[in-house]
Design a binder for this molecule. Structure first.
Ligand code: NAD
Length: 295
Protein backbone atom coordinates (compact mmCIF):
# COMPACT_ATOMS: atom_id res chain seq x y z
CA UNK A 1 0.00 0.00 0.00
CA UNK A 2 1.44 3.32 -1.12
CA UNK A 3 0.41 6.87 -0.19
CA UNK A 4 -0.65 8.74 -3.29
CA UNK A 5 -1.76 12.37 -3.59
CA UNK A 6 -4.25 12.82 -6.42
CA UNK A 7 -5.00 16.35 -7.63
CA UNK A 8 -7.72 17.06 -10.20
CA UNK A 9 -10.82 14.89 -9.82
CA UNK A 10 -12.73 15.83 -12.96
CA UNK A 11 -14.15 13.62 -15.70
CA UNK A 12 -10.90 11.62 -15.90
CA UNK A 13 -9.25 12.09 -12.50
CA UNK A 14 -12.31 10.85 -10.58
CA UNK A 15 -12.12 7.40 -12.19
CA UNK A 16 -8.33 7.25 -11.97
CA UNK A 17 -8.24 8.09 -8.26
CA UNK A 18 -10.97 5.49 -7.66
CA UNK A 19 -8.89 2.85 -9.52
CA UNK A 20 -5.89 3.57 -7.28
CA UNK A 21 -8.02 3.25 -4.15
CA UNK A 22 -9.54 0.03 -5.50
CA UNK A 23 -6.02 -1.33 -6.05
CA UNK A 24 -5.44 -0.88 -2.30
CA UNK A 25 -3.46 2.37 -2.23
CA UNK A 26 -4.10 5.13 0.30
CA UNK A 27 -5.18 8.04 -1.90
CA UNK A 28 -5.45 11.60 -0.62
CA UNK A 29 -7.66 13.40 -3.12
CA UNK A 30 -7.94 17.11 -3.78
CA UNK A 31 -9.92 19.24 -6.24
CA UNK A 32 -11.10 22.84 -6.22
CA UNK A 33 -14.67 21.49 -6.38
CA UNK A 34 -15.81 20.11 -2.97
CA UNK A 35 -18.39 17.84 -4.68
CA UNK A 36 -15.61 16.12 -6.61
CA UNK A 37 -13.67 15.50 -3.39
CA UNK A 38 -16.83 14.07 -1.79
CA UNK A 39 -17.29 11.72 -4.77
CA UNK A 40 -13.67 10.57 -4.41
CA UNK A 41 -14.26 9.84 -0.72
CA UNK A 42 -17.30 7.75 -1.67
CA UNK A 43 -14.97 5.84 -4.02
CA UNK A 44 -12.52 5.00 -1.22
CA UNK A 45 -10.12 7.97 -1.15
CA UNK A 46 -9.33 10.29 1.79
CA UNK A 47 -10.24 13.96 1.45
CA UNK A 48 -7.54 16.63 1.39
CA UNK A 49 -8.41 20.28 1.98
CA UNK A 50 -5.54 21.67 -0.12
CA UNK A 51 -2.80 20.65 -2.53
CA UNK A 52 -0.30 20.82 0.33
CA UNK A 53 -2.37 18.58 2.60
CA UNK A 54 -2.66 15.99 -0.16
CA UNK A 55 1.04 16.07 -1.05
CA UNK A 56 2.82 16.08 2.33
CA UNK A 57 4.38 12.66 2.94
CA UNK A 58 2.98 11.09 -0.26
CA UNK A 59 5.27 8.73 -2.18
CA UNK A 60 3.58 9.65 -5.48
CA UNK A 61 1.77 12.78 -6.63
CA UNK A 62 -0.57 12.32 -9.58
CA UNK A 63 -2.05 15.38 -11.29
CA UNK A 64 -4.92 15.35 -13.81
CA UNK A 65 -5.62 18.99 -14.61
CA UNK A 66 -7.05 20.83 -17.63
CA UNK A 67 -4.05 22.72 -19.08
CA UNK A 68 -0.31 23.40 -18.78
CA UNK A 69 -1.01 26.67 -16.97
CA UNK A 70 -2.94 24.72 -14.29
CA UNK A 71 -0.16 22.14 -13.95
CA UNK A 72 2.64 24.72 -13.66
CA UNK A 73 0.61 26.70 -11.13
CA UNK A 74 -0.23 23.64 -9.01
CA UNK A 75 3.44 22.57 -9.14
CA UNK A 76 5.16 25.88 -8.66
CA UNK A 77 2.99 28.21 -6.58
CA UNK A 78 4.12 28.76 -3.00
CA UNK A 79 1.46 26.40 -1.62
CA UNK A 80 1.89 23.88 -4.40
CA UNK A 81 3.29 20.43 -5.09
CA UNK A 82 7.00 21.34 -5.15
CA UNK A 83 6.75 23.27 -1.90
CA UNK A 84 5.32 20.22 -0.09
CA UNK A 85 6.61 17.12 -1.89
CA UNK A 86 8.92 14.72 -0.07
CA UNK A 87 12.38 14.66 -1.74
CA UNK A 88 11.88 10.95 -2.57
CA UNK A 89 8.42 11.48 -4.04
CA UNK A 90 7.76 10.71 -7.69
CA UNK A 91 5.54 13.22 -9.51
CA UNK A 92 3.36 11.96 -12.35
CA UNK A 93 1.44 14.44 -14.46
CA UNK A 94 -1.28 12.75 -16.54
CA UNK A 95 -2.83 15.95 -17.97
CA UNK A 96 -2.44 16.74 -21.66
CA UNK A 97 -0.16 19.79 -21.89
CA UNK A 98 2.52 21.12 -24.28
CA UNK A 99 5.89 19.41 -24.55
CA UNK A 100 7.42 22.69 -23.43
CA UNK A 101 5.27 22.95 -20.27
CA UNK A 102 5.92 19.27 -19.45
CA UNK A 103 9.66 19.83 -19.70
CA UNK A 104 9.38 23.00 -17.57
CA UNK A 105 7.47 21.09 -14.89
CA UNK A 106 10.06 18.28 -15.02
CA UNK A 107 12.97 20.70 -14.77
CA UNK A 108 11.48 22.51 -11.78
CA UNK A 109 11.01 19.16 -10.00
CA UNK A 110 14.47 17.82 -10.86
CA UNK A 111 16.02 21.13 -9.72
CA UNK A 112 14.81 20.09 -6.24
CA UNK A 113 16.04 16.53 -6.69
CA UNK A 114 12.48 15.22 -7.18
CA UNK A 115 11.68 12.74 -9.96
CA UNK A 116 8.91 13.64 -12.39
CA UNK A 117 7.43 12.13 -15.50
CA UNK A 118 4.80 13.23 -17.98
CA UNK A 119 2.26 10.43 -18.45
CA UNK A 120 -0.68 11.62 -20.54
CA UNK A 121 -3.43 9.14 -21.25
CA UNK A 122 -5.48 7.82 -24.09
CA UNK A 123 -8.85 6.16 -23.57
CA UNK A 124 -11.52 8.60 -22.41
CA UNK A 125 -13.82 8.70 -19.39
CA UNK A 126 -15.03 5.09 -19.67
CA UNK A 127 -11.45 3.78 -19.70
CA UNK A 128 -10.54 6.05 -16.77
CA UNK A 129 -13.43 4.58 -14.76
CA UNK A 130 -12.59 1.01 -15.78
CA UNK A 131 -8.84 1.36 -15.15
CA UNK A 132 -8.03 0.53 -18.78
CA UNK A 133 -6.24 3.68 -19.93
CA UNK A 134 -3.12 3.73 -22.10
CA UNK A 135 -0.27 5.79 -20.62
CA UNK A 136 2.53 7.27 -22.72
CA UNK A 137 5.39 8.19 -20.45
CA UNK A 138 8.22 10.72 -20.80
CA UNK A 139 11.11 10.57 -18.36
CA UNK A 140 14.33 8.75 -17.53
CA UNK A 141 14.38 4.94 -17.29
CA UNK A 142 14.46 5.30 -13.49
CA UNK A 143 11.45 7.66 -13.45
CA UNK A 144 9.53 5.32 -15.76
CA UNK A 145 10.32 2.27 -13.65
CA UNK A 146 9.20 3.97 -10.45
CA UNK A 147 5.96 5.33 -11.93
CA UNK A 148 5.04 2.14 -13.78
CA UNK A 149 3.32 0.19 -10.95
CA UNK A 150 1.13 3.19 -10.09
CA UNK A 151 0.18 3.73 -13.72
CA UNK A 152 -0.53 0.01 -14.15
CA UNK A 153 -3.20 0.26 -11.43
CA UNK A 154 -5.05 2.73 -13.67
CA UNK A 155 -4.38 1.34 -17.12
CA UNK A 156 -4.04 -1.56 -19.49
CA UNK A 157 -0.88 -0.31 -21.23
CA UNK A 158 2.05 1.76 -19.93
CA UNK A 159 4.55 2.67 -22.62
CA UNK A 160 7.88 4.48 -22.24
CA UNK A 161 7.88 7.08 -25.04
CA UNK A 162 11.33 8.59 -24.30
CA UNK A 163 12.81 11.42 -22.24
CA UNK A 164 10.91 14.21 -20.44
CA UNK A 165 8.19 15.62 -22.73
CA UNK A 166 8.11 12.57 -25.02
CA UNK A 167 4.83 11.35 -23.50
CA UNK A 168 3.21 14.66 -24.42
CA UNK A 169 4.73 14.56 -27.91
CA UNK A 170 3.11 11.14 -28.47
CA UNK A 171 -0.18 12.37 -26.99
CA UNK A 172 -0.57 15.45 -29.20
CA UNK A 173 0.24 13.43 -32.34
CA UNK A 174 -2.36 10.84 -31.25
CA UNK A 175 -5.00 13.48 -30.53
CA UNK A 176 -4.34 15.33 -33.77
CA UNK A 177 -5.23 12.06 -35.49
CA UNK A 178 -8.29 11.53 -33.24
CA UNK A 179 -9.60 15.07 -33.89
CA UNK A 180 -9.38 14.47 -37.63
CA UNK A 181 -10.76 10.91 -37.53
CA UNK A 182 -13.79 11.92 -35.45
CA UNK A 183 -14.80 14.57 -37.98
CA UNK A 184 -14.42 12.01 -40.77
CA UNK A 185 -16.50 9.49 -38.82
CA UNK A 186 -19.23 12.10 -38.20
CA UNK A 187 -19.32 13.12 -41.86
CA UNK A 188 -19.63 9.46 -42.89
CA UNK A 189 -22.55 8.89 -40.46
CA UNK A 190 -24.29 12.08 -41.70
CA UNK A 191 -23.87 11.08 -45.34
CA UNK A 192 -25.11 7.56 -44.53
CA UNK A 193 -28.22 9.06 -42.88
CA UNK A 194 -28.86 11.38 -45.81
CA UNK A 195 -28.53 8.43 -48.21
CA UNK A 196 -31.22 6.61 -46.21
CA UNK A 197 -28.92 4.01 -44.63
CA UNK A 198 -29.87 2.68 -41.20
CA UNK A 199 -27.11 4.03 -38.87
CA UNK A 200 -26.82 0.62 -37.15
CA UNK A 201 -26.38 -1.14 -40.50
CA UNK A 202 -23.70 1.39 -41.46
CA UNK A 203 -22.01 0.97 -38.06
CA UNK A 204 -22.02 -2.84 -38.33
CA UNK A 205 -20.48 -2.64 -41.80
CA UNK A 206 -17.93 0.16 -41.27
CA UNK A 207 -16.76 -1.23 -37.93
CA UNK A 208 -15.71 -4.41 -39.76
CA UNK A 209 -14.45 -2.69 -42.90
CA UNK A 210 -11.61 -0.38 -43.86
CA UNK A 211 -13.42 2.66 -42.38
CA UNK A 212 -12.99 1.19 -38.89
CA UNK A 213 -11.35 3.41 -36.27
CA UNK A 214 -11.49 4.07 -32.51
CA UNK A 215 -13.88 6.97 -33.24
CA UNK A 216 -16.21 4.44 -34.84
CA UNK A 217 -15.96 1.33 -32.67
CA UNK A 218 -15.22 2.76 -29.21
CA UNK A 219 -16.77 6.22 -29.38
CA UNK A 220 -19.43 6.24 -32.11
CA UNK A 221 -20.97 9.73 -32.41
CA UNK A 222 -24.44 8.24 -32.99
CA UNK A 223 -26.39 6.78 -30.02
CA UNK A 224 -27.22 3.08 -29.75
CA UNK A 225 -23.95 1.80 -31.25
CA UNK A 226 -21.38 1.78 -28.40
CA UNK A 227 -23.02 1.75 -24.94
CA UNK A 228 -20.29 3.77 -23.19
CA UNK A 229 -20.04 6.49 -25.88
CA UNK A 230 -21.10 10.05 -24.87
CA UNK A 231 -23.55 10.13 -27.83
CA UNK A 232 -25.85 7.98 -25.62
CA UNK A 233 -25.99 10.65 -22.91
CA UNK A 234 -26.47 13.74 -25.03
CA UNK A 235 -22.68 14.28 -25.21
CA UNK A 236 -22.28 14.92 -21.47
CA UNK A 237 -19.42 13.64 -19.28
CA UNK A 238 -17.05 12.92 -22.11
CA UNK A 239 -14.03 14.65 -23.61
CA UNK A 240 -14.96 18.34 -23.82
CA UNK A 241 -14.83 19.95 -27.28
CA UNK A 242 -12.82 22.76 -25.68
CA UNK A 243 -10.20 20.25 -24.45
CA UNK A 244 -9.98 18.63 -27.88
CA UNK A 245 -9.47 22.08 -29.36
CA UNK A 246 -6.75 22.69 -26.77
CA UNK A 247 -4.95 19.49 -27.83
CA UNK A 248 -5.31 20.33 -31.49
CA UNK A 249 -3.80 23.74 -30.87
CA UNK A 250 -0.90 22.12 -28.99
CA UNK A 251 -0.35 19.92 -32.06
CA UNK A 252 -0.54 22.91 -34.41
CA UNK A 253 1.95 24.85 -32.27
CA UNK A 254 4.24 21.85 -32.58
CA UNK A 255 3.79 21.75 -36.38
CA UNK A 256 4.85 25.42 -36.51
CA UNK A 257 7.84 24.70 -34.30
CA UNK A 258 9.08 21.99 -36.68
CA UNK A 259 8.11 23.88 -39.85
CA UNK A 260 5.46 21.53 -41.21
CA UNK A 261 1.94 22.12 -42.51
CA UNK A 262 -0.83 19.76 -41.40
CA UNK A 263 -3.80 20.85 -43.51
CA UNK A 264 -6.39 18.46 -42.02
CA UNK A 265 -5.39 19.51 -38.50
CA UNK A 266 -5.81 23.16 -39.53
CA UNK A 267 -9.28 22.48 -40.97
CA UNK A 268 -10.23 20.49 -37.85
CA UNK A 269 -9.19 23.41 -35.65
CA UNK A 270 -11.58 25.62 -37.61
CA UNK A 271 -14.44 23.10 -37.19
CA UNK A 272 -13.99 22.51 -33.42
CA UNK A 273 -13.60 26.30 -32.83
CA UNK A 274 -16.98 26.85 -34.45
CA UNK A 275 -18.46 23.87 -32.56
CA UNK A 276 -17.60 25.09 -29.06
CA UNK A 277 -19.09 28.50 -29.82
CA UNK A 278 -22.31 27.14 -31.37
CA UNK A 279 -22.81 24.45 -28.70
CA UNK A 280 -21.21 24.25 -25.20
CA UNK A 281 -17.44 24.14 -24.59
CA UNK A 282 -18.03 21.22 -22.19
CA UNK A 283 -20.04 19.18 -24.69
CA UNK A 284 -18.20 16.08 -25.85
CA UNK A 285 -16.14 16.57 -29.00
CA UNK A 286 -18.03 13.81 -30.85
CA UNK A 287 -21.16 16.02 -30.60
CA UNK A 288 -19.66 17.95 -33.52
CA UNK A 289 -21.84 15.57 -35.56
CA UNK A 290 -24.87 17.76 -34.73
CA UNK A 291 -23.17 20.82 -36.22
CA UNK A 292 -22.06 18.90 -39.31
CA UNK A 293 -25.58 17.44 -39.74
CA UNK A 294 -27.14 20.91 -39.63
CA UNK A 295 -24.80 22.55 -42.09
P1 NAD B 1 -12.01 18.21 -16.20
O1 NAD B 1 -12.13 19.67 -16.49
O2 NAD B 1 -13.22 17.35 -16.11
O3 NAD B 1 -11.21 18.02 -14.79
C1 NAD B 1 -10.18 18.85 -14.36
C2 NAD B 1 -10.33 18.99 -12.85
O4 NAD B 1 -9.22 19.76 -12.36
C3 NAD B 1 -11.61 19.73 -12.44
O5 NAD B 1 -12.34 18.93 -11.53
C4 NAD B 1 -11.09 21.01 -11.77
O6 NAD B 1 -11.90 21.46 -10.70
C5 NAD B 1 -9.71 20.55 -11.30
N1 NAD B 1 -8.79 21.65 -11.04
C6 NAD B 1 -8.49 22.72 -11.82
N2 NAD B 1 -7.57 23.50 -11.21
C7 NAD B 1 -7.27 22.91 -10.02
C8 NAD B 1 -6.41 23.24 -8.93
N3 NAD B 1 -5.67 24.33 -8.94
N4 NAD B 1 -6.37 22.40 -7.88
C9 NAD B 1 -7.14 21.28 -7.84
N5 NAD B 1 -7.98 20.91 -8.83
C10 NAD B 1 -8.05 21.72 -9.91
O7 NAD B 1 -10.98 17.64 -17.28
P2 NAD B 1 -10.76 16.10 -17.70
O8 NAD B 1 -11.69 15.78 -18.80
O9 NAD B 1 -10.70 15.26 -16.48
O10 NAD B 1 -9.30 16.23 -18.36
C11 NAD B 1 -8.13 16.39 -17.58
C12 NAD B 1 -6.93 16.31 -18.52
O11 NAD B 1 -6.95 15.03 -19.17
C13 NAD B 1 -6.92 17.36 -19.62
O12 NAD B 1 -5.61 17.81 -19.83
C14 NAD B 1 -7.47 16.60 -20.82
O13 NAD B 1 -6.99 17.16 -22.04
C15 NAD B 1 -6.92 15.21 -20.57
N6 NAD B 1 -7.70 14.11 -21.16
C16 NAD B 1 -9.06 14.08 -21.07
C17 NAD B 1 -9.76 13.02 -21.65
C18 NAD B 1 -11.28 12.92 -21.58
O14 NAD B 1 -11.84 12.05 -22.28
N7 NAD B 1 -11.95 13.74 -20.76
C19 NAD B 1 -9.07 11.98 -22.30
C20 NAD B 1 -7.67 12.03 -22.33
C21 NAD B 1 -7.00 13.10 -21.75
Amino acid sequence: MVDIAFIGLGAMGSGMAASLAKAGHRVRAYDLMPDSVAAAVAAGCDAAASVGEAVVGAAFVVTMLPTGAHVLDVYQNGEGVLAHAHPDAVLIDCSTISVEDARAAGESARARGILMCDAPVSGGVAAAAAGTLTFMVGGTADEFEKAQPILQAMGKAVIHAGQSGAGQAAKICNNMLLAISMIGTCEAFVLAEKLGLDPKAFFDIASQSSGQSWSMTSYAPVPGMVPTAPSNRDFTNGFAGALMLKDLRLALEATHAVGMTASLALKSEEIYSEYIVKYQPNRDFSGVIDMLRNQ
